[in-house]
Design a protein around this ligand. Structure first.
Ligand SMILES: [Fe+2]
Ligand SMILES: [Fe+2]
Length: 309
């Protein structure tokens, strides 16, 4: 197990103050009463920096489309990957876009934001993807994004926000994977139990579980505050009839991803698909695809469409 000091040096690596374009040494604390440790001046992969800034920009109502276009285009390699996703069979555009501005015009700024997050998270995992357990984790996030969008489309919540929230719900796990790919991959490979039972193993290994890590990243990267309950509480036990919102939507979508063949880790216990559909509010339940086989095919198609890009 790592010492806390050593751990925080590594955590500094993922502590980029997004949107300001610079690295800072800052103090971070887990919770009140927790000892403080210095953050190191280390770097995040540039793709995720751009993706996180896109997320911040897209949540600003006053943002001009050309600003979004300029930001995405500021990294030509990133922009070209985003364009490949935009032109993939997942979105099946009638006419392929040849520029980011064209893709924004055809698909909309919010949809493009989801693509940027997809490309950014994949790049963030980077070489960790050489581990099969990490590829499974990537597919789980992707599947959760696709399912979240489907559930949102069956009700009133925003589809693009749902996709982004699903893609990012396990960002804390992704960070743990980047910090220590071999050890975390090993934990994901050998652990057996419910989805939330792995949190204790993460705490033993890192001092933090992925939900706590996710909460910290949302704050330190200055991501939209609405993401915090999604990333920090998606394994929380169900309370008494919690109000339906993005957190509840992603919670159920995460477990659906497990059931439909995209578990976050191989030994994850999977519930009953029909029981999960029953958890949806009446309106969503009535309009959501309740056919497990058909939905599994749709999600597999969506995941594959991104994977081959
Ligand atoms: Fe999770
Ligand atoms: Fe999950």
């Amino acid at each position: 197990m790592r010492s806390h000091c050593e751990f925080w040096v590594i955590v500094g690596w993922v502590a980029f103050v997004a949107g300001k374009g610079e690295w800072t040494v800052q103090q971070a604390d887990k919770d009140e009463g927790m000892a403080k440790f210095p953050w190191a001046q280390l770097r995040l992969p540039p793709y995720l920096q751009v993706a996180m800034r896109v997320l911040q920009l897209a949540n600003n109502e006053n943002v001009q489309l050309h600003q979004l276009c300029d930001l995405i285009s500021s990294d030509p390699a990133f922009a070209s990957e985003v364009l490949m996703v935009a032109n993939s069979v997942l979105y099946s555009p009638r006419y392929p876009s040849s520029s980011i501005m064209q893709a924004i015009a055809v698909l909309g700024a919010n949809t493009l934001q989801g693509m940027c997050i997809t490309v950014g998270v994949r790049a963030y995992l980077g070489r960790s993807m050489n581990y099969p357990a990490m590829r499974d984790l990537w597919r789980h996030n992707l599947a959760c994004g696709v399912i979240s969008e489907r559930v949102a489309a069956a009700g009133f919540l925003d589809r693009d926000t749902a996709y982004t929230s699903g893609m990012l719900h396990d960002i804390g796990r992704v960070a743990l994977a980047v910090i220590e790919p071999k050890e975390y991959s090993n934990l994901l490979s050998i652990h057996k139990g419910s989805a939330e039972s792995i949190l204790e193993g993460e705490k033993q290994l890192f001092g933090w579980d992925h939900c706590e890590m996710g909460r910290m990243l949302v704050r330190d990267w200055e991501l939209p505050a609405d993401l915090e309950p999604v990333v920090a509480e998606h394994h929380a036990p169900a309370g008494d009839k919690p109000a339906w919102g993005m957190r509840e939507l992603v919670k159920v979508s995460c477990r659906m991803a497990d059931v439909l063949g995209f578990p976050a880790f191989h030994g994850c216990e999977r519930g009953e698909f029909n029981a999960l559909v029953e958890e949806l509010p009446e309106r969503e339940r009535g309009r959501f695809c309740g056919d497990r086989k058909m939905l599994a095919e749709e999600v597999t198609h969506g995941v594959h469409a991104i994977e081959v890009v």
